[in-house]
Design a protein around this ligand. Structure first.
Ligand code: PLP
Length: 376
């Protein structure tokens, strides 16, 4: 092959897809692998897209997003506690593009980005592709919280950003005030950006603090948000980024080169999504979270308490099997797929998603229980 960008050499396929595909290729295999809502997109959202299409809104949208969606997002974020102007909003293709644009927009080769780990693998992928260096801050030994000592040990002259994801994929853990304060103290006034991936912050089962609301951190904070999870809109590919206007005007140039713009009828649907009450959806996930935790407790599996999102990160270290092998064997021997902890940078755990119906969950957890009993 003719040489390509060397930054791509270390990149690998997402393990989540690998295990989902393996499960699909195995007859009668159940899955707890997928991190997307099993509910349909709310009807009013679909109707808004139909109406927009029937108005022939099928041409290029403004690069930054339509004025009316940006105004709605600004009002939404202001109501949630970050005073936001429409000029500070960039509409993106999901949080994925928001994260890509934010990180590639701020990083230079050799810069370092601190990623509390376990973490969603996308962060390290983007940082690596940008020719920068991911620095993994292992939080598995500190109740999945960030301590001042551990964070200081990762900080160098080259640190350009810290990524925060609370509630977290894959653990569901919410960062406590102490963790947030430690991060705030470490970055305040320094040339370090705070990338807040808040895609799960409407699906929470306990109070959830948020550094995007701290006025003093505003100049260095970039919020990445998505319509995917709270509104069951993963396939619509729409999200947004919020940051100070001066920075946004630079990131906008990058986004325009990446995608030109998000389709207008998708933006019309997203605007309607912001009027949808997510509470019923949240309650369904909370009920499932309680059920899964009860079942794991009965099996004697430990896990950090999931207070948001729709995952449980179960500790399988006592079986002495690498998580990848554990998950391969569980598919073969029990007909159940989960995601190995190593896909998130942490060995000794598996991620179970509860984006599944009550019946699916019951059957899957029965299989997990049977598998654990056979392992002994
Ligand atoms: C933590 C986290 N951030 C970002 C994303 C990407 O979301 P989107 O569908 O908006 O691109 C996901 C998707 O699973 C995620 O779990």
């Amino acid at each position: 092959m003719i040489p390509i960008n060397r930054n791509l050499d270390p990149l690998e396929r997402s393990g989540i897809r690998v295990f989902t595909n393996l499960a699909k290729a195995t007859p009668d295999c159940r899955m707890l692998t997928i991190g997307e809502p099993d509910r349909p997109t709310p009807e009013p959202v679909k109707q808004a897209a139909f109406r927009s299409l029937s108005r022939d809104e099928t041409h290029y949208a403004p690069n930054q997003g339509t004025a009316s969606l940006r105004a709605a997002i600004a009002a939404f974020e202001t109501a949630r506690g970050r005073e936001t102007a429409p000029e500070e909003v960039l509409v993106t293709v999901g949080a994925t593009q928001a994260l890509y644009t934010a990180l590639t927009g701020i990083l230079n080769p050799g810069d370092q980005v601190i990623i509390p780990t376990p973490a969603f693998s996308l962060y390290a992928t983007i940082v690596t592709a940008a020719g920068a260096e991911p620095v993994f801050l292992d939080v598995s030994g500190t109740d999945f919280q960030i301590t001042e000592e551990a964070l200081s040990a990762c900080l160098t002259e080259s640190t350009r950003a810290i990524v925060l994801n609370s509630p977290c994929n894959p653990t569901g853990v919410i960062l406590h005030k102490k963790s947030l304060d430690a991060v705030a103290r470490a970055v305040l006034g320094k040339n370090i950006y705070l990338i807040c991936d808040n895609v799960y912050n409407q699906l929470v089962y306990a109070p959830c603090g948020d550094l995007t609301r701290r006025e003093e951190l505003r100049p260095q904070t970039i919020l990445c948000q998505s319509f995917s999870k709270p509104y069951a809109m993963t396939g619509w590919r729409v999200g947004y980024l919020v940051c100070p206007e001066e920075l946004l005007s630079r990131l906008l140039l990058l986004s325009a080169a990446e995608i030109a713009a998000v389709p207008t009828f998708i933006q019309a649907a997203a605007e309607t999504a912001l009027t949808v009450d997510t509470e019923p959806m949240r309650q369904i996930y909370e009920k499932r979270r309680n059920y899964v935790c009860r079942r794991l407790d009965a099996m004697g599996l430990a896990y950090p308490k999931p207070e948001g999102a729709f995952y449980v990160f179960a500790d399988i270290s006592r079986f002495g099997i690498p998580s990848w092998t554990f998950c391969e064997r569980m598919i073969r021997e029990a007909g159940l797929a989960a995601v190995p902890g190593t896909c998130f940078g942490t060995e000794g755990y598996i991620r179970l998603s509860y984006c599944y119906s009550d019946r699916e969950l019951e059957e899957s957890l029965d299989r997990l229980e049977g598998f654990l009993k056979r392992l002994g």
